[in-house]
Write a protein that binds this ligand. Structure first.
Ligand code: ARG
Length: 448
């Protein structure tokens, strides 16, 4: 046994739970005030405790707080310091409270705060997407299925697809906030409290929407942590997909975009390279966030009611998720902002040697009354013929078209990428007129 692996170091959480000091002190101040108001302690005592806690808060903020590693957690560190500052009265703060309802309160306050921070960062990223989209309402690019060129779309439409994904993420964080925003204090260790507490007033001071309804559940519930981890996982999935597309698009093979100077790194041996590291790390760090979600689901699954020490494991998983998510959102927003798109190259690819309009030709026949299935077959044969003859669709004569169907008329020669785009005017479609409307809605949502 090495010296480092003591029981105290095994159970201690002080090296990470100190991150919750603001929440912990806010909860203690509200608790002390209420104890004073209800006469559980005297109002003088409440005042002394609150003043002491405020001093501690500034000591921690100024990084002059004497952290003691021998006291296992944040709560004990604060209480012990309070003792040094105000003496015996410090011991009264923990009246009608347990570390179990205390930590549950801290964690709910914390999750509420970081859910709000995620929402702010998501908005910044959405703004970057909208900023780019505004400049590319008429930029044709290939739309893909199976990563095969399928139909032309406009770049703004593609970027606004991500706007929608992040809009849903925002909603998930807001729901996470709502479910987290309930006060557990007053639940005691698990059974409630024999003192005449006013839980509602504590809830009000801490800006909770209400109080928890079952003391057993309140001290052992970490669903709100799962909610955050899931919202973060879904958001990371979206960031990862965007990262992956930027990796592809910035490759020489695609050549659709050039990443900003600060968002790439050179290779140490191949001077021509610009590696999309930032996009790759956004993709790569998604894994650890999923891992934390699985981790906490697993921690919770076998626990008998009520509080168990296993629950302490929620913190590092959550903190790492918060850091990963917020830094990735910021990095990806910068990356989107700094990207410059190669409009020429995208248009060429959208045109796809003329064959990207195959669906458009089938729709043309369908509009003339040919059943779509049959039209599809006709255009398939026509495409094989064109490829064989090394001709683009727009290089074929009407006479050649007619060999495949008598329904082709000379207006077939007017079908272009732009006409195909304009035609997709259904709500939610890629027609520039629809995309303009979508952009306007997006800007309204962002308050732009
Ligand atoms: N450090 C603990 C946690 O994070 C605080 C609660 C401790 N409660 C207890 N009965 N030991 O969950």
């Amino acid at each position: 046994m090495t010296e480092e692996y003591t029981s105290l170091s095994y159970t201690a959480s002080i090296h990470y739970d100190r991150r919750l000091y603001k929440e912990d002190i806010a909860g203690s101040i509200a608790h002390a005030r209420m104890l004073g108001d209800r006469g559980v302690i005297s109002s003088e005592e409440a005042k002394t405790i609150i003043t002491g806690l405020e001093i501690i808060r500034s000591e921690i903020a100024e990084e002059i707080f004497p952290w003691n590693q021998d006291l296992e957690d944040l709560h004990m560190n604060i209480e012990s310091r309070l003792h040094e500052l105000i003496g015996e009265t410090a011991g009264k703060l923990h009246t009608a409270r347990s570390r179990n309802d205390q930590i549950a309160t801290d964690m709910r306050l914390y999750v509420r705060g970081v859910a709000d921070e995620a929402a702010v960062q998501i908005r910044i990223l959405q703004r970057a997407l909208v900023f780019q989209a505004e400049q590319h309402v008429h930029t044709a690019i290939p739309g893909y299925t199976h990563l095969q060129r399928a139909q032309p779309i406009v770049l703004a439409h593609h970027l606004l697809a991500y706007f929608q994904m992040f809009e849903r993420d925002l909603e998930r964080f807001s729901q996470t906030r709502t479910r987290a925003n309930v006060l557990p204090l007053g639940s005691g260790a698990l059974a409630g409290s024999p003192y005449p507490l006013d839980r509602e007033s504590v809830a009000k001071e801490l800006e909770f929407d209400g109080i928890t309804k079952n003391s057993m559940d309140a001290v052992s519930d970490r669903d709100f942590v799962l909610d955050y981890l899931y919202a973060a996982s879904a958001c990371m999935a979206h960031l990862s997909r965007l990262g992956e597309e930027f990796v592809l698009w910035s490759s020489e093979e695609f050549g659709f975009l050039r990443l900003g100077e600060g968002d790439t790194t050179g290779s140490s041996i191949m001077p021509q390279k610009r590696n999309p590291d930032l996009a790759e790390l956004a993709r790569g760090r998604t894994g650890r966030v999923y891992g934390h979600l699985m981790g906490i689901l697993t921690v919770i699954k076998g626990l008998p009611l009520a509080y168990n020490r296993d629950l302490q494991e929620d913190k590092e998983a959550l903190f790492d998720t918060v850091d990963t998510l917020l830094s990735t959102l910021a990095a990806v927003a910068r990356m989107v902002d700094g990207a410059s798109f190669n409009v020429e190259r995208m248009h060429q690819a959208a045109d796809g040697g003329g064959y990207s309009l195959a669906t458009e030709l089938a729709d043309y026949l369908a509009r003339k009354g040919v059943p779509f299935r049959q039209a599809h077959g006709i255009v398939r044969n026509l495409t094989l013929y064109a490829a064989e003859a090394a001709k683009r669709f727009d290089e074929m004569t009407l006479e050649e078209y007619r060999r495949f169907s008598p329904h082709f008329d000379d207006d077939i020669l007017g079908i272009t990428v732009d006409s195909a785009l304009d035609a997709r005017r259904v709500p939610g479609g890629t027609a520039p007129s629809q995309v303009e409307a979508a952009l306007k809605r997006a800007k309204d949502q962002l308050g732009l």
